[in-house]
Structures are given as structure tokens and as C-alpha cells.
Design a protein around this ligand. Sequence first.
Ligand code: T46
Length: 131
Amino acid sequence: MLKKTIKFKELGDDQGWLVSLEAERNIPFPVRRVYYIYGTRAGVRRGRHAHRKLRQVLVCITGTCTILLDDGRSREDVHLTGNTEGLILEPMIWHEMFDFSPGCVLMVLADDWYDEGDYIRDYQTFKDLCR
Ligand code: T46
């Protein structure tokens, strides 16, 4: 099973709800970067790469989307449906994000700064490195 998730505690009072993400507490690494993906057009498939070293946690803040995970041997689709669940994305997992609901905001916490050199954007190269 490739799916590894974290369940975040919902902190609520009579004002409404709140979720707190804390590096090295409920997020299993020091966080160096946060980015978010929104306005993805219907039918678009994002990602289509793996990372050599980067560790990430994906949280659907609003809406839903699906993430394909592929470790070079097996594949699994994970449907992210709520902002109290984080999907852990380890290095050397080919991933594709698709089926974004209208208005979906996908937030990503990463353990390093942006580095294009960490990306493997060719699937055959990824498969070869998995062997
Ligand atoms: C990932 C999945 C889940 C930057 O300049 N800085 C950044 O921090 C990021 C994340 C991207 N960019 C640039 C690189 C491209 O020119 O923004 C543009 C779009 O990035 P990309 O096509 O890689 O976006 P996605 O949605 O395919 O992938 C993103 C992350 O890049 C990737 O690390 O794991 O989300």
C-alpha cells in the first residue's frame, strides 16, 4: 500500500473549526516551503514527476482531488476529500494530480526549497532509477 496519511485533529469552539500543522510534530519533517495549487482547469493532470529527495505532505484545503502514486512496481489512486487529512509523499514516488473539483485548493508542505534538479520528469528515467 503506497497511501500514507496523517489525520489532523480538528480544534473547534463556538466560532467554528481550526486545524494546526506543526513541523516535526504532526508534520513529520522540518518545513522549508509551503505552496498551494488552485485554479486547475478541468481535465488537467498535474505533477507527472517524482522527486529524488524531497518529502512532502499534501492537504486539500478546499474541494477534492485525486493523486496517483506509483513506486515503479505498483500504482494506487488516493482521493483527497477533506482538510483534516494529509497525504505523505515520499521521495521516488511518481505522482499525478487530477480530477480537481471546481475551486479546489491543494496545499503542499515540503522539507526543502524549490529545486528543479530534484525533479525526475521523464517516466522511463524514473522506472530505470527504481530498478
Ligand atoms: C509536486 C506537486 C505535488 C516554482 O517556481 N516554485 C515552487 O515552489 C514550485 C512548486 C513550482 N515552481 C514553478 C515550476 C513551474 O514553472 O511553478 C511552475 C509550476 O510547477 P509544476 O508544473 O512543477 O507544478 P505541479 O502542480 O505539476 O507540481 C507541483 C510541484 O512542483 C511538485 O513538487 O510534487 O505539485
